[in-house]
Each structure stands twice: as structure tokens, then as C-alpha cells.
Design a protein around this ligand. Sequence first.
Ligand code: MN
Length: 195
Amino acid sequence: MEQIKLIDLPWGAKGLEPVISEETVGLHHGKHLQTYVNNLLKLLPGSGFEGMPLEEIVKKASGGIFNNAGQILNHNLYFLQLRAPREENRPVGRLAAAIDAQFGSFDAFKEEFSAKAAGLFGSGWAWLSADPDGKLVITQEPNAGNPVVKGLRPLLTIDVWEHAYYVDYRNRRPEYIASFWKIIDWDVVEARFNA
Ligand code: MN
């Protein structure tokens, strides 16, 4: 049975500096994500969702259970796809070929994904997902939304809730998005694509 708990960060609290500070990681993982975990653990008993895999809960629940389960799934996907900054950081392998085929080039994909992340009004997430035919799609999801609800397979995401960037970038969301490309662990995204 899948246990609902706070994930460990493979790269440590300072592992994303200077793109994302230790302070932001501490708040984002240690406070925000921890709170979603605590809330869900309080809501699950007697709900009918107890013992269900997180993704199933997100697909089937609504209200507070959906919001907290969605935020846990989203943050797990977000944090586990990051690594220490690299100036030259691009996808490789089958995923790189699929991005080129679908969007024309990696730069064109980057531009579209960044525009969707910057243009999302309020709190939410931008996603790269695969549809059931393996076609790549970029979507915006408000609040706790996750593309699994639409039958898509999430590959890459950026959290554009203010808590993800406000300590480091203040109101400059586009700067956070521009820096985000340095810390994507493309090996993880590739593994999700090939899964
Ligand atoms: Mn967040």
C-alpha cells in the first residue's frame, strides 16, 4: 500500500542554489508540502479514499481531499524532476526527438511552455504531458489541478504558485521561469516519457 508521506529531497536543501534558495526549499517542502500531507492524512480516515494510491485519489476525489492530494502529487512530480543547476541543460534521447518532432525545436517548446507558465492567472501549474497516443501536450492547470484528471500522463511541471518563487524572485515570475530550465533533471523526465 502506498503510504502518504512527505517525500525526501534527493538533492538536499541547498541543492538548487542559486536558482532556488535554501529558504524557498525549506518553506516550500518543509512547510507548504508538509501541510498538504498533514491535511490529507486528517481527511482520509472514513472518506472511502484511505489506502488508495495518490493518483487514484486525485482522479476520483473532489473538495478538500482533491486539493490536498492534488498538491501532494504535483509537488512530488515537481521536486523529484529537479537537480543542481547546469548552464547547458537540454533533453536527450527519445524525449528530445519527440519534442523536436512535435514543437519544431527545443527552443520553440521552451517558448510555448514558458508562455503558458507565465500566462497562468493566479495560482497553478504548467505541464508537459503525453496523451494516450504518446503525443506531447502543454496544459495549464489552476490551483491543485493535475493532467491525470484529463487522462494525460504528466512528464514535466512548473509550480507557479507565488510560494514557489516569491522569496527569491518577488513578483518576477518570468525570471523564475527562465531560471527553472537550468534545474530540470531531464533524465527523470525522459524516464517518465519512456515508462
Ligand atoms: Mn508549491
